[in-house]
Write a protein that binds this ligand. Structure first.
Ligand code: NOJ
Length: 600
């Protein structure tokens, strides 16, 4: 997990990346499968398009508590998701990733699982889940689940048993240590490790006279992945869902499965985080090499299943090349889609940085497919991170165009498509996310990005629920920012997303073409072409500056054939295109998507 606010979890990501401008020329390596054809259903393979579905997919993250409440308890649920499948189909998504909906005490709103093979009653039942998968399938939407392998809830039967005695069969499922003696004879934690959610990462349990390790809340004890029984048990849980037809998993906190066997102190980096803890390196608690063996075995397991099941990783890494091992490098035998959050979760709308990142993702990952991410349930929404307070709507369109026209799998988070804002609580007594309570006021928690989906103006709950008391309040801007209102407005951000997704599906260059960077020294405007196997070309130009810009693209010099640009999509106003030799005027924060045509 990562945040751009000063959040304790920021240490998961070492911001060591260098955003050097590389004036490289054509990226010849950005090729597409020969003869890719347009198609309307990303799951259909054709002889002409042999790529697996996930390479071109738009994946939509659903935070189930906040998507749609079907039974009036103020909390979203699985039947609510089923009710909204038609909306998702019309938007054009290929798969949904549902954040944890398993039985859970909900300390971390589902990321503390007490039963890996069931549905929390507040979200529905296994029958509701099966119904959801079947109904989604009818609409060509695959269902991905969140799998939390790093830790369980402290209420999971394994932990309850493990915590009873050192001799219990499950004791070694978790990470225990006797600690060290303190000056007054008390027991002290074995080392300086701190929880990402605040305080020591070690919790003493008098019943066994030991500490257990927890990277997140103390109610989320870390599993001991050095015990082979843990792997067997967790793989069995994954098979349970694979057998029910899920298309794969988003693997929570996957980089932190292992900790240093010697429990060495983390080096201190200086300063304190929002929770008041010393800022430490994550050398001994994150990214340990042992995790790759687990992932390779997991990949082999999911590959046994038909239908191209997929593993997506929650991978916050310092620089692009660090994503490569998570794919399995040249062997491509680990995760298909480790999340590429590197620039998407930043807050700098900067053409050079995005260009450089796209180039790196295309050249440093052994031709693996990047999974671009701008929003999720842990981070301030991109509307607020990239927005300048004046042009937020135009900027949101730039973000969407970048996400949906790059040669990458795209991950959208619910509400991103309508421009939902981050609605952070203003009073500590309203905060639900525990880190926002312990960290207040420096750390206000993640409630702001988890408020209910804003569907319509039918009631004060924006159509999310019939219950006036929703688990998090519905922000008052639902009156204008909602699906119903934006559906009716052809110029809305929602319809911008719909058109981009439709174009990405139907146009072979955008769907699977190679990328050619253009106008590479331009620090304000990011421009690239997507080119299909037959030379069909789409130009994408994004003015990331608050001033109008004029660009002249030397398409022939870049090897692109065509004589005229034909505007397909433009924002915030119509962009007039002409012959390739003519300059193009882009308005402030203008986004332009055009076909390159040949005319006599
Ligand atoms: C990452 C999840 O996205 C976040 O919401 C959760 O709190 C932590 N992992 C712990 O599971």
């Amino acid at each position: 997990m990562h945040t751009t606010r000063t959040r304790s979890t920021a240490s998961l990501r070492k911001l060591g990346r260098t955003l050097l401008y590389v004036g490289s020329c054509l990226l010849a390596g950005w090729t597409c499968a020969a003869g890719d054809a347009p198609r309307s259903d990303a799951r259909v393979h054709t002889a002409a398009n042999p790529d697996p579905w996930w390479k071109h997919a738009v994946i939509y993250e659903i935070y189930p508590r906040s998507f749609q409440d079907s039974n009036g308890d103020g909390i979203g649920d699985l039947n609510g998701i089923t009710q909204r499948l038609d909306y998702l189909q019309a938007l054009g998504v290929d798969a949904i990733w549902i954040a944890p909906m398993y039985p859970s005490p909900q300390v971390d709103f589902g990321y503390d699982i007490s039963d890996y093979q069931n549905v929390d009653p507040q979200y529905g039942s296994l029958a509701d889940f099966d119904h959801l998968v079947a109904q989604a399938g009818k609409r060509h939407i695959r269902v991905l689940l969140d799998m939390v392998l790093n830790h369980t809830s402290d209420q999971h039967p394994w932990f309850l048993e493990a915590a009873r005695s050192r001799d219990s069969a499950r004791h070694d499922f978790y990470c225990w240590n006797d600690g060290k003696p303190g000056p007054a004879g008390q027991r002290l934690p074995p080392n300086n490790w701190v929880s990402l959610f605040g305080g020591s990462a070690w919790q003493y349990l008098p019943a066994v006279g030991q500490f257990y390790y927890h990277m997140f809340y103390r109610q989320q004890p870390d599993l001991n992945w050095r015990n082979p029984q843990v792997e067997r048990a967790m793989f069995a849980a994954m098979r349970f869902w694979l057998d029910r037809g899920v298309a794969g998993f988003r693997l929570d906190a996957i980089t932190t499965l292992f900790e240093d066997a010697k429990l060495r102190d983390e080096p201190a980096l200086g300063g304190r985080n929002a929770q008041g803890d010393p800022i430490l390196s994550d050398l001994y608690t994150n990214n340990l090499p042992e995790v790759h063996g687990v992932i390779r075995r997991m990949r082999a397991m999911i590959d046994e299943y038909p239908g191209e099941r997929v593993l997506i990783g929650e991978t916050y890494v310092p620089k692009t090349a660090d994503l490569d091992p998570w794919y399995g490098g040249a062997l491509h035998n680990e995760l298909q889609l480790p999340m590429d959050t590197l620039v998407g979760l930043g807050s700098k709308l900067d053409a050079s940085s995005f260009r450089q990142h796209l180039i790196e993702a295309a050249t440093q990952l052994h031709d693996s497919r990047p999974l671009l991410v701008f929003d999720n349930h842990d981070n301030i929404r991109s509307w607020d991170r990239f927005g300048d307070g004046v042009h937020n709507d135009a900027i949101a369109r730039i973000v969407a165009a970048l996400l949906l026209t790059s040669r990458a799998t795209a991950l959208l988070y619910q509400g991103e498509e309508i421009g939902q804002r981050t609605a952070t609580p203003t009073r500590v007594e309203d905060v639900r996310d525990p880190i926002g309570i312990t960290g207040w006021p420096k750390e206000k928690g993640r409630d702001g990005e988890r408020t209910p989906m804003q569907w319509d103006t039918s009631n004060a709950q924006a159509g999310f629920s019939t219950n006036p008391k929703t688990w998090l309040p519905v922000p008052p801007d639902y009156r204008t920012v909602n699906v119903q209102t934006e559906s009716a407005d052809p110029q809305s951000l929602l319809n911008w997303h719909r058109r981009l997704i439709a174009l990405r599906r139907s146009n072979s260059a955008l769907h699977s073409g190679r990328t050619v960077m253009l106008d590479q020294t331009n620090a304000r405007v990011l421009t690239y072409a997507r080119v299909d196997a037959h030379g069909g070309t789409i130009i994408v130009s994004l003015n990331m500056s608050p001033r109008p810009q004029t660009i002249t693209l030397d398409a022939p010099a870049a090897g692109l054939s065509g004589t005229h640009y034909r505007t397909l999509l433009s924002s915030p106003e119509a962009i007039i295109a002409a012959a390739v030799s003519q300059p193009i005027a882009l308005p402030a924060f203008g986004a332009w998507v055009a076909a390159l045509d040949s005319r006599q």
